[in-house]
Design a protein around this ligand. Structure first.
Ligand code: SF4
Length: 323
């Protein structure tokens, strides 16, 4: 059996761009374009990048909530990109998504007890009512909710509490992998820390395997063993957390890290401010997709797309400065 729980190889997800009255296909948005990484049981992988870089589409493509255009995704050694829908539904119970907006992802007509019972029934259809109720209570306690509120509806909870319900629902099926897609970005800053602490606590206690997707590197930093930095649909750098923070190679990673606040007032880090915006993914620049914003841009960068190369063990970078 493979040592990897998840192996993503050259994943591509393209969306057709339609034009005119008859919706003629005029091109593609390459939302995910050749993403590769691997994840072991019990590890947490952070995926970070600006809005529109393809990180959420990567998460959804792994779960096949969006069908990938190409590449390979192996989960516990099983290739899932070509799995029939019925088989995929069964497998999806082992992979759960925690959404950015907990309110939109919870059925407003179902009580929290009903939402969690439904998830529990995916794992064990034989469980009786009393047993299921008991487990609902346990799940609510696990995520820091008052079990006496089990019969309340999502709108009766605050945003942070609703996210706790979303996390409890994901945990109900005892998944092998949880993909948390910007799980705190819709919450107030004061609540964000509480949810992050909860996720970290659960990760340590239950040895969960996580993919943690965020635009905020300081959020990803707390969780991740390894970090994938994405830009315009592609991976520009992958490294262990310490490696990336102590020596980021890619100019884009350097800019992201320079924006992470340092708690020690004696240490100073020069902020690198990027000029311009992320280019239109329907019309990406030739060569290195970052070249229009890069202060180290060379002639080759404008025409030749850099490949990922290993700069030190376990640390890969796509940049002509190192190839
Ligand atoms: Fe900058 Fe060139 Fe490296 Fe791209 S390949 S990040 S443009 S130096």
């Amino acid at each position: 059996m493979s040592e990897w729980l998840l192996e993503v190889e050259d994943l591509k997800t393209y969306f057709p761009v339609q034009k005119g009255f008859f919706g003629r296909k005029s091109g593609y948005i390459k939302a995910v374009d050749g993403v590769s990484f691997r994840l072991k049981q019990g590890e947490t992988l952070g995926i970070v990048g600006e809005s529109g870089c393809g990180k959420s589409t990567t998460g959804r493509s792994i779960l096949r909530l969006i069908n990938p255009t190409g590449g390979s995704v192996k989960f516990s050694g099983t290739e899932i990109t070509s799995l029939p829908q019925g088989e995929m539904r069964k497998l999806r119970g082992r992979m759960q998504l925690v959404f950015q907006d907990p309110y939109a992802s919870l059925n407003p007509r179902m009580s929290v007890a009903a939402i969690l019972s439904e998830a529990l029934s995916v794992r064990d259809q034989q469980m009786n009512r009393a047993g299921r109720r008991e487990q609902v209570m346990d799940l609510m306690r696990l995520v820091g909710l008052n079990p006496n509120q089990a019969d309340r509806f999502p709108h009766e909870f605050s945003g942070g509490q609703r996210q706790r319900v979303g996390i409890a629902r994901a945990l109900a099926v005892q998944p092998d992998l949880i993909i948390a897609d910007e799980p705190v970005s819709a919450l107030d800053v004061s609540i964000q820390a509480q949810i992050l602490n909860l996720l970290q606590d659960l990760q340590e206690r239950l040895r969960l395997t996580f993919i943690f997707i965020s635009h905020d590197l300081s959020v990803v930093k707390h969780f991740s063993d390894r970090i994938v930095v994405m830009y315009l649909g592609g991976v520009v750098e992958t490294a262990g957390k310490q490696q990336l923070f102590s020596k980021p190679y890619h100019p884009y990673s350097q800019a992201l890290i320079s924006a992470v606040p340092i708690l020690n007032p004696l240490k100073k880090r020069e902020r690198i401010v990027l000029s311009g915006d992320v280019p239109n993914p329907a019309n990406p620049p030739q060569g290195c997709t970052f070249h229009q914003r890069c202060m180290h841009c060379m002639d080759i960068c404008k025409t030749v797309r850099p490949m990922l190369v290993e700069v030190e063990p376990g640390h890969v970078v796509a940049c002509h400065l190192y190839s």
